[in-house]
Each structure stands twice: as structure tokens, then as C-alpha cells.
Write a protein that binds this ligand. Structure first.
Ligand code: GLN
Length: 485
């Protein structure tokens, strides 16, 4: 029998419909993979019994013709999504023991569509990081060149690694500054961060509320389309969720892209850009050109301020969002002799180093006396960054760039540990997209000389994921990336 975990969502959907295998068989195949690859540390909580019970229910629905759009498809869920009766930790010690009494909107949509949840996936603590090393559960090991112990990227490192290693058919991720796209690139899989407002943030543990978006990480572009359609839609419980129709993204695959205008931003090719990444980018440009797309040079002049802007706004919002973890209401409490003591003890023990760093920066830039100099200034630059994109989209329909400036690096990389800014620099190509609220997708573009995957990023206009899917599907076909052996 073929290995069922190798199937894409689309293939598994078809196989289930045609009764080539059952939902229970499919789920069992994934559970076996989870057992076999536990050393990757991709899952922080596994729920095989619940998954099998759901798979049985799904099979009944398939049998009696009432199957939902994702009926019986086994997924991994980033542990930032609240899941009713399943522990949810954001991979922070401070949330140890927290079992949400409610379900996030995105995961309830997936559930209603019939998806099977295999468990919760590792991430950087509160999604703060780019390597999954800030997780209270320890780092995820990239399944590529496993023996070299490379990072899976972050913050959705568990999601990307689990998809790459066939430990789930697809996974949810979240992206505040690149957390879907960069791990997808590091693990040779595909991920899309939709337009801000496309997916409800209700029940997703907040990092930086004006930047956070949920999205899928999957084996290919079509699977991202399937997942995103189910995850999207207006939700009265999130005041920033957009009340606009959700297209059937699958309809935009394999289309003629003649005349599509592809923007290439000069600022994304800094001197010293890794030559293999630059070469893959050029190859991507040539492929789109060969299909009759028109290549246009564009300029995003405020790109140079993007990282500084992001690393003011994101910590500012984080420091405010994380104020609720006081040891009283959620998770872990460390008692003290008086109330303040209890707050201090709980927060000191509960938060990791990177999270504390961000809280310190955030409270500093929001404090009286520094607010105007840092936070307000950053908000103004954020507007200029968005205006750069709006201007660029007068000349082009979609923008092509690399996803990250490097391939996956070793766990514990010294330079990153000693200077956090080195790690933050890895977000250079992704953060502007969140600051501008735009949709962007990363797809595997090829391997470097060490045999590690590299990603290309497509950026689209607000609420124009359709064009992203159109361009991504063409590129994917030409790149013909093989995935892990
Ligand atoms: N790496 C970025 C950070 O550390 C982005 C994280 C994210 O998108 N959640 O903030």
C-alpha cells in the first residue's frame, strides 16, 4: 500500500471520497509518523485518541454523503490557537496547565469542515522568534539533513517541520513578521499569510494584534488554497476581521498568466545578498517571463526602516497583550508574600528571555517621554511603508522576492545567541508585508549547495490572494520542487 502520509490534501480528499482508504486508516498513518519522528520535537501535545474518534465520525459522514469540505483530513495545529479541552500553551511556561474553555474561530471552522486534529505544534514562545529556539519545550529539529540539527525556522517551526516530515497533512500557522513564510522556506513547504483581516484572530493568543494573522502551511499551493478557504471569513468576535466574501482560491490555479505584471523591488537585493538566493530569484523571474508575465522594476524606498519599525511596534503591542499573564487568571502561579510579589514571581518564572526582552522594549517605547520618539515615529514610518507598496501596486500586480536571506542555520548558532539583532535581521524580507497588512506566500524555490531548501515570496494587493495563487501556481509548476526524499 502506498504511504498515505505522502498524499497532498487534495489527493487525500479524493482518495477518501472514492473510498480508496478510510479516514481512520489515514489518521493512523499520520499517528505512526508522529511516533516515528518524535525526536524532531514538532508536537508539544498529541491527541491520537481524539483524532481517531473524529476520523470515525468523519468516515460516517463520508459514507452517508454529509462530508464537509475537509472531512477526515488530519491536521496539526500551532499551539497558539486555543483548542477547547486541549491544552494550549503558546509554548510558554506561564501558560502551563491552561486548557481553554473555548475554541478559536479558525480552528472551529476547520473542525466544522470535518478536519481531524492530531495535536498541537511547537512554536517560539508567544510566537516571538525566528528559529523555534525560544520555545519552553525546546527547539524543533528541521527534518532536512536531520543529523545536522538545523532550526526549522520560526515561529511556526513545529508546523513547517510537521508538514515537511509528513507528520500531518497540513498545519495552521500564524505570521506577525514572517512566522508562516520563513519556516515554510526553511523546511521546503508552502505557506501563505493572508491579508490582515482575512482570518479571525479570535482565540489566537495575541502577540502583536495589528500584525498577527493566521494562515496555512501545507505541501503545495493547492493545499494552501483548500486550507485558507476554510480558515477565512468574517467573524463578529474579531473587530478587525473583514466582512468580505471568501473566494474559492482553488479556482485561480493553473491559469494563463500572460500580461500579469510582476514587480521586482530593487531594495530587496542588497549588496552581499546570498548568491544562491539571488540566482534562484533570477530563475523565478525568468520562469514567469517565459510564461508571458511582464517584469517591472519597482522601488520600496522605506524598506530600510522596516526592521526598526517592526521591532518597535511588535514589542509595544506584545508588552500590552502580555500584561494579562499575571499569575492570577491563567496558567502558572508562583505565590509571594503579597500581591506584587506574586505578579513578579509568576512573570519572572513564567516568561523566557526573549519574551522578557520584548516586554522591556515594548514598555520602554510606550513610556511617557519616549512614546513620541519611538512608538509614534514608528507608526508614521509604518504608514510610509504601506504607501510604498500602494504606489508599487500601481505598476505591478504581484511582487516577487526571496523569503529569507539565509537557509536554515544550526540550532544554537553562536552569532544568533550572542546578538539577538542577528536573528532579527533574518526577518528583513517578511516584516514589511505585515506592517502593510498585505497577503504573501512562500514557496520552495530549490536547494542550495548543501541540499537545503530556499524559498521565494510572492506579495499581493490587499484582499487579492487570488492573484497570488495564480502566480504561485505557475511558479510552482515550473520550479517542480521535489520535497524531501
Ligand atoms: N521573527 C519575527 C519575530 O521574532 C516574526 C515572528 C512572527 O511572525 N510571529 O518577531
Amino acid at each position: 500500500m502506498t504511504d498515505l502520509t505522502k498524499l497532498t490534501l487534495a489527493e487525500a480528499r479524493k482518495g477518501l471520497k472514492n473510498k480508496e482508504f478510510s479516514a481512520v486508516e489515514l489518521t493512523k498513518a499520520y499517528i505512526a509518523k508522529m511516533d516515528a519522528d518524535r525526536d524532531l520535537n514538532a508536537y508539544v501535545c498529541e491527541v491520537p485518541e481524539k483524532a481517531l474518534a473524529q476520523a470515525e465520525k468523519s468516515q460516517e459522514k463520508i459514507n452517508n454523503g454529509t462530508a464537509g469540505e475537509m472531512e477526515g483530513l488530519p491536521l496539526g495545529i500551532k499551539d497558539l490557537f486555543c483548542t477547547k479541552d486541549i491544552p494550549t500553551t503558546a509554548c510558554s511556561s506561564i501558560l502551563k496547565g491552561f486548557v481553554p474553555p473555548y475554541e478559536s474561530t479558525v480552528t472551529s471552522k476547520l473542525k466544522e469542515a470535518g478536519a481531524v486534529f492530531l495535536g498541537k505544534l511547537n512554536l517560539d514562545e508567544f510566537a516571538m522568534g525566528g528559529s523555534n529556539e525560544t520555545s519552553a519545550f525546546g527547539p524543533v529539529v528541521n527534518p532536512w539533513k536531520k543529523e545536522r540539527r538545523l532550526v526549522a525556522g520560526g515561529s511556526s517551526g513545529g508546523s513547517a517541520a510537521a508538514v515537511a516530515a509528513d507528520m500531518c497533512a497540513a498545519a495552521t500557522g500564524t505570521d506577525t513578521g514572517g512566522s508562516i513564510r520563513q519556516p515554510a522556506a526553511f523546511c521546503g513547504v508552502t505557506g501563505i499569510k493572508p491579508t490582515y483581516g482575512r482570518c479571525s484572530r479570535y482565540g489566537i493568543i495575541a502577540f502583536a494584534s495589528s500584525l498577527d494573522q493566521a494562515g496555512p502551511i501545507a505541501k503545495d499551493v493547492r493545499d494552501c488554497a483548500i486550507m485558507l478557504k476554510t480558515m477565512s471569513g468574517y467573524d463578529a468576535k474579531d473587530s478587525t476581521s473583514a466582512n468580505c466574501p471568501v473566494p474559492d482560491f482553488e479556482k485561480f490555479l493553473h491559469q494563463d498568466i500572460r500580461g500579469l505584471k510582476i514587480g521586482i523591488p530593487a531594495e530587496y537585493r542588497p549588496e552581499g545578498l546570498n548568491s544562491e538566493i539571488a540566482a534562484l530569484w533570477d530563475k523565478g523571474i525568468d520562469m514567469l517571463k517565459a510564461r508571458g508575465a511582464e517584469i517591472v522594476s519597482i522601488s520600496l524606498p522605506h524598506t530600510k526602516y522596516a526592521l526598526a519599525t517592526y521591532y518597535i511596534i511588535a514589542p509595544a503591542e506584545a508588552s500590552s497583550n502580555l500584561a494579562r499573564y499575571d499569575g492570577l487568571r491563567y496558567g502558572n502561579r508562583i505565590n509571594g508574600t503579597h500581591l506584587d510579589d506574586m505578579y513578579i514571581n509568576s512573570r519572572t518564572a513564567g516568561f523566557g528571555k526573549e519574551v522578557k526582552r520584548r516586554i522591556m522594549i515594548g514598555t520602554y517605547v510606550l513610556s511617557a517621554g519616549y512614546y513620541d520618539a519611538y512608538y509614534l515615529k514608528a507608526q508614521k514610518v509604518r504608514r510610509l511603508i504601506r504607501e510604498d507598496f500602494l504606489k508599487a501596486f500601481e505598476k505591478c500586480d504581484v511582487i516577487l522576492t526571496p523569503t529569507a536571506p539565509t537557509a536554515a542555520f544550526p540550532i544554537g548558532d553562536k552569532s544568533m545567541q550572542e546578538n539577538p539583532i542577528t536573528m532579527w535581521l533574518n526577518d528583513i524580507f517578511t516584516v514589511s508585508v505585515n506592517l502593510a497588512g498585505l497577503p504573501a506566500m512562500s514557496l520552495p524555490a530549490g536547494l542550495n549547495k548543501d541540499g537545503l531548501p530556499l524559498g521565494l515570496q510572492l506579495i499581493g494587493r490587499s484582499f487579492d490572494e487570488e492573484t497570488l495563487f495564480k502566480a504561485a501556481s505557475a511558479l510552482e509548476e515550473d520550479i517542480n520542487f521535489k520535497g524531501m526524499k
